[in-house]
Design a protein around this ligand. Structure first.
Ligand SMILES: [Zn+2]
Ligand SMILES: [Zn+2]
Length: 239
């Protein structure tokens, strides 16, 4: 079977034998590219710009991400548009001012603009859709590609979030994909094995603090804390 670019991307992520979660690798790369495109091309697109600040909002994390890039022009254009909306809101609220509504506006989050709500973040939503698509591709590959099936067994499992997302995807699609029950079983096995190995490494990390073990080799435990964090909360950044 000839693989598409999207399938190859999934394949390659699973070839990375050190990844605590191959889906995090895919997600991080997608997020990086998306931020680049938003600041470069999308901000110049009139349809996107019209919706920006109204329909398209950003959470605090993604504002910080947008701010971490070198080129500040795209971000300045985004902020210009949002300030414009803010001015409009201030003017509107000033027109309809009365004691009750003023108190409500001060103590309640604004109805339209909630940057901290991930559900409404343009980037969070795009990432979610993308990772769901990739889970679909991954299951498709697992069912159709023998080599991928073998490769899948050797991966180190997933972060908690992506693991649960895979299971919930399977529950949703269970009715029409034959082999999906086997896929769920294999995935649970991989995850369980990976967590147990990780726990052993963490436990050796803890034991290394005992002076009796001071000269004993670290083995693979030296970065176990960082890897355990990746497993539990997902990747923050890839170096
Ligand atoms: Zn993950
Ligand atoms: Zn976000």
């Amino acid at each position: 079977m000839k693989l598409s670019i999207e399938q190859l991307r999934v394949y390659e992520a699973f070839e990375n034998k050190t990844a605590e979660c191959p889906l995090c690798l895919i997600q991080n790369e997608y997020e990086r590219q998306l931020i680049e495109v938003i600041l470069g091309e999308m901000v110049m697109d009139s349809e996107f710009y019209t919706k920006l600040g109204n329909e398209f909002l950003f959470c605090r994390r993604h504002f910080e991400k947008l701010n971490q890039t070198y080129d500040k022009l795209g971000l300045a254009l985004i902020l210009d548009k949002i300030i414009d909306i803010e001015i409009n809101n201030v003017e509107k609220s000033a027109q309809s001012i009365n004691k009750d509504s003023l108190i409500r506006k001060i103590f309640k989050p604004h109805n339209n603009i909630r940057y901290d709500n991930n559900q409404e973040c343009f980037i969070c939503n795009k990432i979610y859709t993308n990772i769901i698509d990739n889970i679909g591709i991954l299951i498709h590959l697992w069912i159709r590609e023998k080599d991928f099936k073998t490769l899948y067994k050797t991966c180190k499992g997933f972060c908690k979030n992506h693991y649960l997302l895979i299971l919930s995807y399977c529950n949703h699609h269970n009715t029409y994909e034959t082999g999906i029950n086997e896929f769920i079983e294999v995935t649970k096995e991989i995850q369980n094995k990976s967590l147990k190995e990780l726990q052993k490494e963490i436990q050796w990390f803890i034991k290394k603090f005992d002076y009796l073990n001071a000269d004993a080799p670290w083995g693979t435990s030296k970065d176990a804390v960082q890897r355990a964090l990746k497993k539990i909360v997902g990747y923050k950044e890839e170096p």
